[in-house]
Design a protein around this ligand. Structure first.
Ligand code: PLP
Length: 406
């Protein structure tokens, strides 16, 4: 059980008034709010420990390097992975671009096949589109069913011996669907494909066991799990990382450089060219500590309880259409919906007048919205600091939106 009142006291922004009303922040799937522990860890670094990492020969630089590497170890512990398999990136988007590029360099020939799904965020679609174009490879999307799950019978038909990569989202940022990654990975591995998982909406909300998941590559963002912006994680099996050439080149990722050539550092440094996001990594490690203290099982249960309440309320309103699975246990902590006859942007703007922040638009998933036959949707998403009362107020305010626009 989560003590939401204690948690809320750690988030200064939640004291803010919006249009004279208490802020009800229901957009954590876009980015979460930050507890003061994370804000203070970043500030402390700049006030007391700031130096560049890996290059200084003085105590301050050693200390900064130690803090940066300790952050890597902390994140690795969260995933029960080795720190050598943790590459810090700017976020999920950069991590997926890196993986797509490197897999293209090492695994893909013309005519090979890449599988994605119809429910991908653009961050896990466009890098594969570009790769397929560059390498003359085939790109296929696993379709979704009416209920918003992946159609596994079609997946099996699309999976051929030429399939080199299966790239899929763990939890959809629109449908909320938790995809059966272990089952998909098992079949993908039988044909020798690499499984790349976009975990931007799962790692923040549930305990992710890499071995159970069967992923070979996994990406997520710090800012969606109480951490700072500008930091994300690429985890990959170490044999893949050792095989991959660098994505970006420059300082700090080399072994030796001549005027006409260079050799590369071992992973993960090979993939961290230039000055890394040092303060952000330290902030992320503090966010991980915070989530560990709450407990990921409790985080997930709380998310499911709020989602169940929201789903029940939305499904009971005849003027609302809900997307994705009906069972809250089969989804992440978010619900996408539309109010009949009212544009999602208007719904969001009217809720804002009540102090409620929701997301409206295509949520960087245009092909999915096209598949659903809608240009846009509203999305409410929840995290550790949200209360049942907030969800109830959101449902009540939605009635006002509907009545006011009729
Ligand atoms: C499922 C999913 N993948 C990828 C991303 C991209 O994350 P970022 O913008 O932090 O790189 C998001 C963010 O909204 C997401 O929800």
């Amino acid at each position: 059980m989560i003590n939401v009142a204690t948690i809320r006291a750690d988030f200064p922004i939640l004291r803010r008034l919006e249009n004279g009303k208490p802020l009800v922040y229901l957009d954590s799937a876009a980015t979460t709010q930050k507890p003061r522990q994370v804000i203070e860890a970043e500030a402390r670094f700049y006030e007391e420990q700031n130096a560049n990492v890996r290059r200084g020969l003085y105590s301050l630089a050693y200390e900064a390097t130690e803090l940066y590497e300790a952050a890597r170890t902390k994140v690795a512990g969260f995933l029960r992975a080795s720190p050598k398999e943790i590459v810090f990136t700017r976020g999920t988007t950069e991590a997926l671009n890196l993986a797509a590029w490197a897999l293209g360099e090492t695994r893909l020939s013309p005519g090979d096949r890449i599988l994605v799904t119809e429910m991908e965020h653009h961050a896990n679609l466009l890098p594969w589109q570009e790769l397929a174009r560059r390498k003359n490879a085939e790109l296929w999307a696993i379709p979704i069913t009416k209920e918003g799950s992946l159609d596994l019978s079609i997946f099996r038909k699309l999976l051929t011996r030429r399939t080199r990569v299966v790239a899929l989202v763990h939890i959809s940022n629109v449908l909320g669907t938790i995809n059966p990654v272990p089952a998909i990975a098992e079949e993908a591995h039988k044909v020798g494909a690499v499984v790349v998982v976009d975990a931007a909406q799962s790692v923040p909300h549930m305990s992710v066991d890499l071995r159970e998941l069967g992923a070979d590559v996994l990406a997520f963002s710090g800012h969606k799990m109480l951490g700072p912006t500008g930091i994300g994680v690429l985890w990959a099996r170490s044999d893949l990382l050792w095989d991959w050439p660098p994505f970006l080149t420059g300082g700090e990722m080399i072994r030796e450089v001549w005027l006409d050539r260079a050799t590369w550092a071992d992973p993960p440094a090979r993939f961290e060219a230039g000055t890394p996001p040092i303060a952000q990594a330290i902030g992320l490690a503090t966010a991980v500590e915070y989530l560990d203290a709450v407990g990921m099982t409790a985080v997930q249960t709380h998310g499911q309880e709020l989602t169940a309440l929201a789903l029940e309320g939305l499904l009971a309103r005849p003027y609302v259409e809900v997307y994705g699975p009906r069972d809250p246990e089969q989804r992440g902590a978010l619900v996408a919906f539309n109010v009949h006859g009212i544009h999602p942007h208007d719904v969001a703007t009217l809720l804002d007048q009540e102090g409620i922040c929701i997301r409206a638009g295509h949520h960087c998933a245009q092909p999915l919205h096209r598949r659903l036959g809608i240009p846009a949707s509203c999305r409410a998403s929840f995290y550790v600091y949200n209360t049942k009362e907030e969800v109830e107020f959101f449902l009540f305010a939605l009635n006002r939106v509907w009545e006011g626009m009729r």
